[in-house]
Design a protein around this ligand. Structure first.
Ligand code: ZN
Length: 409
């Protein structure tokens, strides 16, 4: 090897090393280092970020003050925008979200008030306007005395108002940064596609109303990388659902499969490979269903007791192959087709009635976003979202083997 070639090689190696080191430096600069800690303190299961700096004092003081008769679980969200660290604690009691608490820290590790981010008066005006536009049961006086919590995301700010009434309701308002232009004191990237004509859906969770009208939500074709986020949203409203899982995704996301089961959600069979079962012989149909059941059993120790044939297609051969009920749907959100949050919301709101079975797919982020909007609206309207078996059981309908059901109406 001649000297010139050796020199070139060393130069190349140096460049690669510099690139690697450089990317580490950039990473630690833009993301504050922390580790996720979990403790059980006075019977409260607390997840919190540990920074190993003075931010921990503020966080610990807050967490130590929690009342275990009102809170039994704490989760958090964390993001970094314009050198601000935004933390949102979500407080649960018996699996319902009962309160939020936000913190903003600056690059000196000191806590910043909300006024350092955005004029609080502007936030309150926005909240009052949305409450009015959406006919929400919250008065201007209640808004004025509410506890304001904000969480900074890349494209929007989540605003949570709590502690404003006896019922401990929570008002959640997603605010696009464009709506706060002029009053924001941090540097963010504005979404170019944003149009001010867009109607922001504002929602409130109301725990004081006893829900009466039952609907089943079903999610097909998962599990996926979005499923766990969906479970959190469902848990927030005490909602249940049935997941019709397909074998190739169960195999790919075994941890998620186990988590869905552990968190008490019903799971049904959607075959091993998502085949149109009407094209196959009884033997092949049995194999496609039973292989998926065996795979699910190997992970959870449970059998799949409902079948949703892919595409909703079945015939006498399918009926002859199974001992489980066949469950299709009577409200199709066509979420796989539109992949559009507003369209998915529109397909549900105003189109569902007691006893319906609604079809979604937990493999699209647009579907998960839609569920966030749909649940509080339905809960406001006295609906309760459940899994398929619970829907039929509550309505005193017995699900028979190899029989077909599209709703419990
Ligand atoms: Zn499917």
């Amino acid at each position: 090897m001649n000297n010139r070639r050796t020199f070139k090689l060393i130069l190349l190696e140096l460049v690669i090393i510099l690139l690697i080191v450089g990317s580490f430096i950039t990473f630690s600069y833009s993301h504050r280092n922390y580790i996720n800690k979990e403790v059980n303190q006075n019977n409260i299961l607390i997840s919190y970020p540990f920074f190993d700096n003075k931010m921990d004092n503020v966080i610990n003081t807050y967490l130590k003050g929690l009342d275990s008769s009102k809170v039994d679980k704490v989760k958090y969200y964390l993001s970094t925008i314009d050198n601000k660290t935004s933390i949102l604690f979500k407080l649960y009691h018996q699996n319902l979200v009962v309160d939020y608490q936000s913190f903003i820290f600056n690059d000196q590790e000191d806590e910043d008030s909300i006024d350092k981010i955005v004029d609080k008066k502007v936030l309150l005006k926005k909240a009052a306007l949305y409450a009015f536009n959406n006919k929400l049961r919250i008065s201007d006086a209640e808004i004025d005395k509410a506890k304001i919590n904000i969480y900074l995301k890349q494209d929007k700010m989540d605003l949570y108002l709590t502690d404003y009434n006896e019922e401990k309701d929570i008002l959640y308002i997603p605010l696009d940064y464009n709506e706060l232009k002029g009053s924001l004191k941090i540097k963010i990237k504005y979404n170019q596609d944003y149009s001010l004509m867009k109607t922001t859906t504002t929602t409130t969770t109301t725990k004081s109303i006893v829900p009466k009208k039952l609907i089943a939500f079903t999610f097909d074709d998962g599990p996926s990388i979005y499923t766990l986020n969906l479970l959190d949203i469902l848990d927030e409203y005490g909602a249940k659902a049935t997941f019709f899982e397909v074998g190739y995704n169960i195999a790919k996301y075994k941890d998620v499969t186990l988590e869905v089961y552990k968190r008490g959600f019903e799971v049904g069979n959607h075959t091993m490979d998502h085949s149109n079962l009407t094209k196959y012989s009884i033997d092949v149909i049995k194999q496609k269903i039973n292989d998926n059941n065996a795979l699910y059993y190997s992970i959870t120790g449970q059998n799949l007791t409902l079948l949703r044939p892919p595409y909703g297609r079945f015939n006498d051969n399918v009926k002859a192959s199974i001992t489980t009920p066949i469950i299709t749907w009577d409200v199709d959100t066509e979420d796989w087709k539109s992949r559009n949050t507003d369209m998915i919301v529109a397909a549900v709101i105003g189109h569902v009635n007691e006893g319906d079975i609604v079809l979604f797919h937990d493999i699209y982020p647009t579907t998960i976003e839609a569920i966030k909007i749909i649940l509080p609206i339905l809960y406001q309207d006295n609906y309760q979202i459940v899994g398929v078996s619970e829907l039929f059981k509550t309505r005193n309908i017995t699900l028979e083997p190899a029989q077909y059901y599209r709703s419990a109406r």
